[in-house]
Design a protein around this ligand. Sequence first.
Ligand code: C2E
Ligand code: CA
Ligand code: CA
Length: 829
Amino acid sequence: MVKRETLVKIRSATLFLSILSLIVAAVFLMQFMISSLEKKEEIQTPVEVLHKVLFLYSYTPLYYTYDAQISGLKKSLYPKGIEYDIIFLNSNEYDDADYSLLARYVKQRLASKKYEAVLLGDDKALNFAMKYHDELFQNTPMVFFGIGDYNLAVNAAKNPFMTGFYGTDYLDETVNIATKLFPQKKTLVVLRDESTSGKNDVRMFWELKKKYKDYTFIDLDASLLTQTELIYLLESLPSDSMLFYMSCYSDKKGNTYSILSRTSTVVRAADVPVFRNYIGGENMGILGGIHMDMEAQCVMAGNVLAKILNGEKISSFPLVEKTPSRTAFDYSLMKKYGLDFSLLPDDVVLYNKPANFIDQYGKILPSVLMLVITMSLVIIYSKLGKKIAENFIKELQKSKDDLIEREEELRYHAEYDEVLDIYNRRTITDWLRDTMTDKDVYSVMIIDIDDFKMLNDNYGHSLADSILQYLVAMIRGIGEENNWKIARFGGDEFLIVIPNMQITMDCETVKSLFEIIRSPIPLGDETLAVTASIGASCSDGITSPEQHIMNAEGAMYEAKNRGKNGIVIYDDDMKKKALEEIAIKEKLLRAFDNDGFFMLYQPQIDSKTKQVSGYEALVRMKEPGIYPGQFIPVAERSGWIWRIGRITTELVIKQLASWRDAGQELHPVSVNFSGNQLNDHGYVDFVEDLLKKYDIPPHYLEIEITEGLFLEKSALADDIFKRFKNLGIRLLMDDFGTGYSSLAYLTYIPVDVIKLDKSLVDTYLVDGRDSFIKNIIHLMHDLDKEMIIEGVEEEWQFERLRDFGADTIQGYYFSKPIPANEAIDFKVK
Ligand code: C2E
Ligand code: CA
Ligand code: CA
């Protein structure tokens, strides 16, 4: 697709060009109009009449010379301010010899008018003027033209008041061309009458006999023939003849014919080429000829007259014997006879030419052409406009499509989890809120893969993702037909909405769900088994969808608390718990703001010496009736555990300082460090600062870290452990035995002391099983780890553990956690 910018450029160029061509068209059109106007101007009367002259013409306006003469006179006279009146002498009606009647008529006409000069247009007029010059036109200059009688012209020119132009016949030239055009035709026929010019014609014709000796000459005198006889003779002309149609306007009966009438008779009757050496009869069937250019002669005559009127002497204008000729031939007849056009002179006028386009429209053509170009350009312009519009729409459409595509992509990003190709948390929340009402029957489930963090760390993210994808596919497999909605609710958490069903702990749906979750996941050659903790909340007609999600989440945590790999359905008990949690949160927040915590110290007793070897610091809230087992998990879930971590650490260091300041012998005090505190990046610096501030040697502070955190092997954990070690703080592994049973990791984690969890003591420190505890103690010693045994409540337990080689005992048997002042003075009884 052509760029829109390009199209716009082309379109602008088109507009520019169309305007340009329109201007050119307008210029051409104006030129055309001016030239037409100029033509019209030729026949207008003079703007200002300076002179008035008289034109004497023997015939009528129908006579063949009239138009050409008038045209020539107008051209030459009008521009010079000379106006003429015409007197048609109608000389045919008068006797040649006696012009007296005519003279009387002219005299009458002249009585009221005065003319400065007289123009004479033919032989008869010249004769008349010569005869009556003194009587009618005394001292009036006269200019004649179109005179056929040479002697008459010569005589007239002798009159001091007269000058003029002899009307050259061009018969010789016409015959010359004719014989060349038709070399085969050897008969030359002249057609003329008995008029002055007709007699002159035949005289000239016979003179040519000398030149064309082997030609037959025939003279047809129309004055001796009736019209019918003439036609008969013309029809019977020999086929090798050429007719020279000359002055021939009268017949035997004395009728006078107009040039049009006579010409049409002649050309119709004669079946031979008709030539004519006089003006007139063109386009009627005459082949052609050379004749005097009557108009040109009259222009010359007019110019001479004007000069005379301007004061030039008549004597300075002698008789002009030769004036320009005009060769004119009928194009169609030339063609018809198959004649060679090259025999005609270059300046030939070809008439009756089938008008070709240029001839007909040549002058208007440029403007028409330009208009056509303009129109085309305008059409292109508008088409381009359409095209641009179309392109623009296409582009719009395209960008719209792009946008839609992008939008879909964005919507997908916003709504879907890319890795699993299922709804994300927000979408499912919105969907539930928008779709489900309190009255609908459905269940919401949140599935959390147990210990997924470990899977992630052990197998890498992409494999962990594959595991999730596999699980989603499996869950879809059972959920699809029941219209389950599956969404990723968190990292390793799914939310499932099961419509039209209130699940129970042991219903088929839950069973099959656990079945597919627990069934081994193929990982290449190996398989992997995972478990999940599921929390669920079922519709009850009053609870909102959002609340169901929160309930299911709570139930899921409860399932984790209850040992994972199981399902908890939210119930009234949990509801109570949830309400309690809210209350605890409020208490925690109050405690943070109001110094609401204090520490108890549980003494740790050296089993050999029964002396206090250290303390575990355990936090308490000042508000009565709320215990660490309650508020610590809430603080963990609320993300507030780091605050407790800092508070306890500061309280402990202050306590150490205060004991020291009180002169007491110090023992190491361990503080608990929760896994969620790893995010408190400033904690190590905080500890270091406090130790410096209170000037407490770092080895008096110990950090208890749960087994699980060591197992995570996260870079963050490793870093913190390293920093504690660098500070000189010992690390204790809390709750050993509750997590993962692999002992291999103990060989490389930076832990100094292992605290055996109470649950192991309770389970194994019984008859027949206690060697397990003994072996662990020995193993730890082999690994250079100290052992603290927690939860020792009975004397026999102590004694047996002591016998097994346990280093330190911490338990109710010796002391519960006690206030600082008691703890520092504590002595085993
Ligand atoms: P833990 O870290 O395992 O702490 C030992 C718990 O066992 C303490 O409970 C202690 O009082 C109890 N205990 C000690 N000897 C015996 C015994 O012989 N029999 C019985 N039944 N219990 C015994 P406590 O103080 O209620 O703390 C419970 C848990 O709360 C702690 O377990 C610890 O995980 C958390 N906790 C307590 N204080 C803090 C603290 O300052 N920071 C953090 N992060 N957690 C704390
Ligand atoms: Ca502890
Ligand atoms: Ca513990």
